[in-house]
Design a protein around this ligand. Sequence first.
Ligand SMILES: Cc1ncc(COP(=O)(O)O)c(C=O)c1O
Length: 384
Amino acid sequence: MTYKVPFVDPRKHYQNLKLEIDGAIQDCLFKGDLIFRQQLKDFEANFASFIGVRYAVGLNSGYHALEFSLRAAGIRPGDEVITVAHTFVATVSAIVNVGATPVLVEVSDDFNMDPDAFEAAITSRTTGVIPVSLNGRVCKMDRIMDIADRHGIKVVEDSAQAVGAEYQGVRAGAFGLTGCFSFYPFKLLGGFGDGGAITTNDPDVARMAIRLRYNGEDRETGEFHHHGQTALLDNVQAAVLDRKLRHVPDWIQHRRKIALLYYEGLHGLPGITLPPYDGPGHFDVFQNFVLCAQHRIELREHLRNDGIETLVSWPKPMWEHAGLNLGRPYLPNTERICREVISLPMSAETTEQHVGLTIQSIRQFAYKLHGLENATALAAGVGD
Ligand SMILES: Cc1ncc(COP(=O)(O)O)c(C=O)c1O
């Protein structure tokens, strides 16, 4: 189905950047720069400086950033690592795959880890925590760092959805031992394939990640220090990401503008709860614009019929996927969120016209559902 308002538009994205992207790729290809060349080093330096840390290590996915971070943090089989269930499965799989036990805790209404729930879940076996800064909003990192420091717990930030987001003037990925980023194509900073990075101020952690991504090898000495993996960020992807990084401040402003329009158009509608916009200490970048709708299934269908594409992340609590073997934690807020969340179109290519159509459709739905008369006039914003 072709949507009038697509959720994202990768073809338009490429067309808008074609000259720059083609130039970056051709530069690599003409020079034969394919693996671990200057383009990767340049991107790592520029990305580290953007986040505000000493090192960035380019990897082939956000998942690998998480797994290598946990290994570099010294997390071992038998340890407990606290994180949230309302996240992409990779966060939890990284914990399981290093042999540790994930302990899943509740999120607050901003979809991010509740610091009190984190503190309450700490046991003598807790050695790590992964706060996930979801949808482009940083967790309450002052409280999380304070609790972790008091208990000697290593903090690995999952900042896959928070490139450029800030809390108290610090960017996501610059608080913990590491920040873990994903450059999956539909992220705010996305490649043309998979990619990721670890950010850190710790030279030992950076060195270990650099070796782990190259099957454990120190490329200068040829010594294998670990059983690692093949997990390097491709040079061509790095060249593309380096070009795109220059656009990130503008893309953030664009997303914040789109988010503001959604707020103006949707505030006060019955049955719909909007996500927070900034608030004390926060600078949100809206990787996603996620609202909670009491009648999510019907709303999604209504939007689809109007040609508007949406996404639901995630409709089923993670622990209900039996194959993941995560037990049955009691997380009522997470369960409610899974029932209610719906992500509206949001990307560098989302236009004011797209937002207008989406708002109109949601208003029509909300007013019809609540039996109000004159739904069309109200949907158009008449009489506000
Ligand atoms: C919150 C979160 N964590 C981790 C990841 C994993 O990143 P990747 O898909 O690059 O492995 C993602 C990607 O979607 C994510 O959104």
